[in-house]
Design a protein around this ligand. Structure first.
Ligand code: FEO
Length: 391
């Protein structure tokens, strides 16, 4: 893609990565992604905000052919997909000063060996004049790294929010359409921001007194009316969970599947919505997104050797790491002789600090008594959700 003007003085640089299908060798990217850098031309000075993943350096360098002088390169975040091309840009513009937070400087020096002479560190709230434009730097810690900051143009009311409020979505158009972007934005929130829910809310609160007419994130399209995405983040991070159970499961010989089917029907009969994922075919991002507003997680697993199926270990670990606002957890499944399912999965989901509801484990094919226990579990879940007033 070529550089694309957003306003008379702000240009979207960077790359649209239509074909990338995995981020961090972990996160599926069904819609690709973008690495957004932004060029801001003031009446006296020019600043480039962030760079791109080194894999897309050639795209940025070609776009920079139109920029013969750069006063400032602002680094909002030291992760490679934005910072990895900083050394090349600094080499191209020996006059450019690298502007970042003190923590950003520390990380960039450690990660990229950038000489200290190139840096200018800025405090939270500090401003930098480009002439007719004033950049105000706003620390946005832990969304999602400790050094993350944003830049706000005071005259234009534009916020460059770095990873915060972004989406992994490749598109040719500049701007986000609410109905198109929300699915990917929620998925992105789940995968990247959810572990830092309290900081999401703190940073939204911090921005609340600032007039923001446009949000330019580091991934995905630009928000011309950012209210909806900021409201969505507040709801995802701080709103109550829904009257919903997520069931990630694996079944080897059909016993666990019978229990999951029974539980699904029993919950539906009690007015509890269910989203279930067969982990042998599911996309991890879909599971993560489902966890954003689920009140309860029930993992379904057969025993493999002495413990749970490895695919359920992965999802239990992920749930514990992503820290959704889950209130209740349980486990259903089938075993032959190994009985460490609850020990292993219970330990992995412990970081959720959710109440463990009595697991139901059948020896072999589930019998009537096992299904009665499943019914009791469904009844307990429905009652807990009712008592909590969940909808
Ligand atoms: Fe898009 Fe945290 O890097």
């Amino acid at each position: 893609m070529n550089a694309r003007p957003i306003t008379a003085d702000i240009t979207l640089m960077g790359a649209v990565d239509w074909d990338r299908r995995l981020f961090d060798a972990l996160i599926p990217l069904p819609e690709g992604t973008t690495y957004n850098a932004y060029l801001v031309r003031g009446s006296e000075k020019t600043a480039l905000l962030d760079t791109v993943d080194p894999a897309a350096l050639d795209v940025l360098m070609r776009q920079l052919d139109a920029v013969d002088h750069l006063d400032y390169l602002v680094a909002h975040h030291a992760e490679q997909d934005h910072s990895g091309s900083i050394p090349a840009v600094l080499a191209r513009y020996p006059e450019a000063i690298l502007v970042t937070s003190p923590k950003g400087k520390e990380l960039l020096q450690e990660l990229l060996d950038i000489p200290y002479q190139r840096f200018r560190t800025v405090a939270d709230g500090e401003t930098l004049s480009l002439g007719n434009k004033t950049l105000r730097f706003i620390y946005l810690p832990w969304v999602h790294w400790p050094e993350t900051m944003g830049t706000y143009i005071e005259e234009d009311h534009v916020l460059f929010s770095c990873d915060f409020l972004g989406s992994h979505r490749a598109q040719s158009g500049l701007f986000a359409e609410r109905d198109v972007v929300m699915h990917g934005a929620k998925r992105y929130y789940a995968e990247i921001m959810m572990p830092f829910r309290s900081f999401v809310i703190k940073n939204l609160d911090k921005l609340a007194g600032t007039q923001i007419d446009m949000v330019c994130p580091s991934h995905g399209p630009v928000y011309k009316d950012p209210t909806f995405i900021m409201d969505a983040y507040r709801e995802w991070a701080g709103g109550p969970p829904h009257n919903k159970v997520v069931i990630p499961f694996v079944s080897m010989h059909g016993s666990t599947l019978k229990m999951v089917d029974h539980l699904t029907a029993a919950l539906a009969d009690r007015g509890v919505s269910v989203e279930r994922f067969d982990l042998t075919t599911s996309d991890l991002g879909d599971v993560a997104m489902s966890l954003v507003d689920a009140a309860t997680i029930v993992i379904g697993t057969p025993a493999v050797l002495t413990g749970p199926h490895p695919k359920t270990i992965e999802i239990a670990y992920l749930a514990g790491a992503l820290r959704p606002k889950t209130r209740f957890v349980s486990i259903v499944g089938s075993f032959g002789w190994g009985q460490r399912i609850v020990d292993v999965l219970g330990g992995l989901i412990a970081p959720l600090k959710a109440e463990l509801l009595t697991p139901v484990l059948a020896k072999g094919d589930p019998r009537a008594a096992d299904m009665q226990a499943i019914d009791a579990l469904a009844e307990t879940i429905a009652a807990k959700h009712r008592e909590a007033g969940l909808r």
